[in-house]
Design a protein around this ligand. Structure first.
Ligand code: AMP
Length: 409
């Protein structure tokens, strides 16, 4: 869908209070997903939206929800709006967005995520909250304990449904769905819209408007994507050498395994940097501290599992390194999408070995283009353009003629 260039927030039907907040925030023009979904959501229509993080998707549902729910008040333990997200980090980010957008409203919010004591969340529920932002597991735990009733929900948002599917959360979301009145509004968002997701979405929405704002499987043109061939046994050595020679502002390194995140962070090279880690097995408080430190630029390297692959909205990440090729091609798009945001340029470097050939092909098929292969010459700390028509060699030998094209990353 192409945005109408004359679109402004005031002709989308939002209240003057919200428009003045958006002006304060410096939002001059709605993004395509906002132009498409805000007017529909305000009329109460269900939406099946395909939009990635970074497209302004959160505001596209948060703004109409604020206007719709502003006229009433929720009773204790009976919220009227519910946003379900797959990760705690995304839930926190969404909750921050609600707080910012609704500063001129008397609506209240509750963030229900794991890793935080139940007591604290219970106190908030007791006071009465209008909108709950939650991960599925913790919400069900509160329901089981009788802390919350979902039969007053008027608007349900399911955010990053494809991630919910990957993480095995759909059955939980279906259980939650059974506790919510059938007559309500549902805004269902997914970063990709496969047939499976469409089918799952069909269970939650009634006569939805389908909105698709970006090609479902594209990578940003602002990201310079590089593949670097590295024998498996040389990966660590090559990673260190790349980091030493890389001129980065802030860097995210992705590993496939949570255990590798921790292990990698203990390597000596990181003594010269301010490094934080993030993976799903960490205590929530530690996860929050890592993210805060990275966002506030107190650390310049974040080593993470895919829990950081989606949703994180930090504009100044200059480089992403995939220490491992992700197991799922869609995760590649999400991981590298942490850089090249808000019109900034970014670079992604993916280390790959002989064993990853098939996965690279799948990634290239999904993004619809070839990624340039470079060969890393460890001795010279140079990256050499590597003609992708040349079959991968088992040795680390760089053909002489390729050395002519040496250039630093
Ligand atoms: P999201 O896709 O919801 O994660 O939003 C990505 C980023 O874009 C966030 O930092 C938002 O604050 C910002 N944003 C959302 N909508 C707009 C807009 N209309 N104009 C400028 N920035 C926006």
């Amino acid at each position: 869908m192409i945005a109408n260039k004359t679109d402004t927030f005031s002709n989308l039907g939002l209240s003057s209070e919200l428009i003045s907040t958006l002006e304060d925030l410096g939002y001059t023009k709605p993004t395509p997903i906002q132009s498409a979904s805000i007017p529909l959501a305000l009329t109460g229509r269900d939406i099946l939206g395909c939009a990635q993080t970074g497209t302004g998707k959160t505001a596209s549902y948060a703004l109409p929800i604020i206007d719709i729910l502003s006229s009433g008040k929720s009773k204790a333990r009976m919220p009227r709006g519910l946003v379900i997200t797959p990760t705690r980090e995304l839930a926190e980010q969404v909750s921050e967005n609600f707080n910012i957008f609704a500063k001129n409203f008397s609506l209240s919010y509750g963030l229900l995520i794991g890793g935080i004591p139940f007591n604290e969340q219970n106190k908030i529920l007791n006071k009465g909250v209008d909108i709950i932002i939650s991960t599925p597991g913790r919400l069900l735990d509160h329901v089981d304990r009788g802390n919350i009733l979902l039969n007053s929900i008027k608007i349900l948002v399911i955010d990053e449904a494809d991630r919910m599917l990957d993480m095995g959360f759909i059955p939980d979301v279906e259980s939650i769905n059974l506790m919510i009145p059938k007559i309500r509004q549902t805004l269902f968002f997914s970063a990709t819209m496969s047939n499976e997701i469409r089918k799952i979405g069909g269970k939650f929405v009634i006569n939805p408007k389908i909105i698709e704002v970006t090609p479902p499987s594209s990578t940003s043109k602002f990201i310079d994507q590089k593949l670097i061939f590295s024998k498996k046994s040389d990966k660590l050595k090559n990673l260190f050498s790349i980091i030493k020679n890389l001129n980065f502002e802030s860097l995210v390194i992705f590993c496939n395994k949570k255990s590798d995140v921790k292990r990698l962070s203990l390597e000596k090279i990181f003594n010269h940097h301010k490094v934080v880690i993030l993976h799903g097995d960490m205590l929530q408080l530690n996860r929050q501290n890592s993210l805060r430190s990275f966002k506030e630029k107190k650390s310049n390297i974040l080593i993470a599992s895919d829990v950081a692959g989606r949703g994180l909205d930090i504009n100044s990440i200059s480089h992403v390194i995939n220490f491992d090729v992700p197991n799922n091609p869609e995760d590649y798009i999400h991981r590298i999408g942490r850089t090249g945001r808000a019109g900034n340029k970014g670079t992604s470097i993916t280390l790959f070995s002989e064993e990853d050939k098939e996965m690279i092909k799948n990634i290239e098929k999904l993004i619809g283009k070839k990624i340039k292969i470079h060969h890393y010459n460890n001795k010279k700390s140079k990256v050499i353009n590597y003609d992708d028509s040349i079959p991968f060699s088992k040795s680390d030998h760089v053909p002489n003629f390729l050395k002519m094209q040496s250039k630093l990353i």
